[in-house]
Design a binder for this molecule. Structure first.
Ligand SMILES: [Zn+2]
Length: 308
């Protein structure tokens, strides 16, 4: 099968556990037999909210060094991509940062991330940083510095990711950006409200991402995914059906959140994805729509957005 996943936290977990990407006990392991035949993964370096300024920059560099060494060590299996090569047979890796605190509050930090190969910037985690306010903040939106970051990101070709933003920050990004942006790992809020914690997307937010030509990656975190006692494929059906009803078939993608959360039961790891696809197919979703969700929509988006 073909899979394009917009978000996992595997690099940070491997770094923490001193484990290798190739062989580990995590959700994403590159060992043979576990990966789809055509597979692109956005690997995020997550910046904890306790880290700001120099500490955040230092932590990013440390994990990024680890990422580079792991990709070098496993270069027979996986390749870092600043754009998407057509003929590549190995696993294609796109690098993301989850938490714009990694810029250290300075626009030069954005160029530093870009030079190190980062092509997706999740502006915040749950708290506020120099750029914007995260989902767990009652107040605050995009800052003046954040507006500069959006503008420079669009010029550079860095994809802006709005997952984890609070509502005000989201609408500020929509107003202060011109290019399509993504919600790499967020679900429709109408289907699963996550105790009102605002990690999922309202209908208005979904429509804005759709009209801009962005992407929404379905997140398998049990807290945001499970709905009315349903988990796994059953919950997947609920989210997918809802987004299809809203006319989102060209922007739905996968944002697994592997190695970043407690997963919904029934989706244990990367190796579950094939059976999830088959189950959805046998429950009546068209193969063409599912191929779009699992791969083609994200492939089309990133082929257009990543220009080196
Ligand atoms: Zn996240």
């Amino acid at each position: 099968m073909k899979l394009f996943d917009l978000h996992c936290d595997t690099i940070g977990e491997c770094h923490k556990q001193k484990a290798s990407l190739r062989k580990n006990n995590l959700n994403v392991s590159l060992e043979k037999g576990q990966v789809p035949e055509d597979y692109t993964q956005v690997f995020a370096i997550w910046i904890p909210d306790e880290l700001r300024k120099e500490k955040a920059v230092k932590y990013f560099d440390e994990v990024c060094d680890f990422y580079e060494s792991e990709l070098h060590r496993n270069k027979d299996l996986i390749v870092h991509c600043n754009s998407l090569p057509e003929s590549e047979k190995r696993i294609k890796s796109i690098l993301a940062v989850e938490g714009g605190a990694a810029l250290g509050g300075d626009i030069s930090g954005l160029y530093h991330l870009y030079d190190r190969g980062v092509r997706v910037l999740t502006l915040t985690w749950n708290a506020e940083n120099e750029i914007a306010s995260g989902a767990f903040c009652e107040k605050g939106g995009l800052t003046e510095f954040g507006k500069k970051v959006i503008n420079k990101s669009e010029i550079l070709g860095m994809v802006v990711d709005v997952s984890h933003l609070n509502r005000q920050s989201f609408f500020d990004v929509a107003e202060n950006s011109t290019k399509p942006f993504i919600a790499s790992h967020s679900n429709p809020d109408t289907v699963e409200n996550y105790y009102g914690k605002k990690r999922n997307l309202t209908d208005e937010q979904i429509d804005i991402i759709k009209n801009r030509g962005g992407l929404i990656g379905l997140n398998f975190c049990a807290d945001f995914f499970d709905v009315d006692g349903k988990s796994g494929v059953e919950a997947f059906k609920a989210h997918l059906s809802y987004l299809l009803e809203r006319g989102c078939e060209d922007i739905i993608s996968i944002g697994s959140d592997f190695d970043g959360c407690t997963l919904t039961s029934g989706i244990e790891s990367l190796s579950s994805m094939e059976s999830v696809f088959e189950s959805l197919l046998s429950s009546g979703f068209s193969e063409d729509i599912l191929k779009g969700v699992f791969y083609r929509n994200a492939k089309r988006f990133f082929s257009k957005m990543l220009t080196e």
